[in-house]
Design a protein. Structure first.
Length: 312
């Protein structure tokens, strides 16, 4: 972890976590299974202290899902620009029958959206994208020229996401985003497809540009990963955080239905985009579609090949 950030508590049982966080007399009085998400189980826990908290759970072997998510939420929260759930802790538990891993967060009590919800969301996202990222890619030994990536690898959905720091955005996007996904999906491709993919990766500089400045990205920014908080403003959840080109976040928002026009108008007013964004958008969403191909299979092959053919 970045040494400037506070360590996120990690416990070896749920009971130990609750006692440490809420006192020795704490008890769970109600457990509600919550809907949403296809990777983790989600619960609302009501405590005898009157507190209501949110818990994600998965197999014990998948504990890294939650330590990575917590680190991403922590990085976003540290920008002081946009809302995120409060991080309580991560941990593992042997359980009565089978071990599990967990993440405890503050429970988001959603309220009605304020009238300027979309405009405010856009302005706060733009502020996050403008935040200082210099400490977020620091690894040991310190590489001060590495501006893109993150201080640890994480996940995009259930897929592994490589975040090895790099000094150039296009190199990072090729080596840590597109190339690993193409490699995982290789069995779907013909020799003709592979020739096009190689050509695309070799010519990436012809299509992408370096950003004016590196930005902290949510990394998986679609409507399902945005909630309305108690103040009526947007809160970001389930991040796949890293430092990159903010166009990648904007492109993702347009992949599955998009946000209303006022969101994009307010974002561009707060943080004008570099010319030609529309020409690069599909190439950024290629990464997301490749990940879906690797996670969910053949229905995503045609969109992937369509984008590859669009550029080569």
């Amino acid at each position: 972890m970045n040494k400037t950030e506070k360590n996120i508590p990690n416990y070896n049982s749920l009971a130990a976590a609750l006692v440490e966080l809420f006192g020795t007399s704490v008890a769970i009085t109600q457990t509600d299974r919550l809907s949403g998400g296809d990777i983790n189980k989600a619960y609302g826990l009501t405590l005898n202290t009157g507190d209501h908290i949110f818990m994600k759970a998965n197999a014990k072997i998948n504990a890294a899902f939650f330590t990575a998510e917590a680190a991403g939420l922590q990085a976003i929260a540290a920008t002081h620009t946009i809302g995120t759930p409060g991080i309580l802790c991560t941990g593992t538990d042997d359980g009565e029958d089978v071990g599990y891993s967990f993440l405890l967060l503050g429970f988001i009590k959603s309220a009605g959206r304020r009238k300027d919800y979309w405009e405010t969301f856009a302005q706060e996202l733009a502020a996050m994208h403008k935040a200082d990222t210099r400490k977020l890619t620091v690894v040991e030994p310190v590489e001060t020229t590495c501006m893109f990536g993150f201080h640890q690898d994480n996940f995009i959905g259930a897929g592994q996401q490589k975040n090895t720091p790099a000094s150039k955005w296009i190199d990072f996007y090729r080596d840590c985003r597109l190339a690993p996904q193409f490699k995982r999906a290789d069995s779907y491709f013909t020799n003709e497809d592979r020739a096009k993919i190689t050509k695309l990766l070799d010519r990436l500089e012809d299509f992408l540009i370096e950003p004016e400045a590196p930005s902290l990205l949510h990394g998986d920014l679609w409507s399902g990963n945005v909630m309305c908080g108690p103040d009526g403003k947007a809160m970001l959840i389930d991040p796949a955080t890293y430092v990159g080109h903010r166009e990648a976040d904007l492109a993702m928002t347009e992949l599955f239905g998009g946000f209303p026009p006022q969101f994009y108008e307010a974002y561009r007013e707060a943080a004008p985009l570099q010319p030609g964004y529309e020409d690069r958008r599909d190439l950024y969403n290629l990464y997301q579609l490749l990940n879906h191909l690797n996670l969910f299979g053949p229905p995503y092959l045609a969109p992937v090949l369509s984008i590859v053919s669009e550029y080569v």
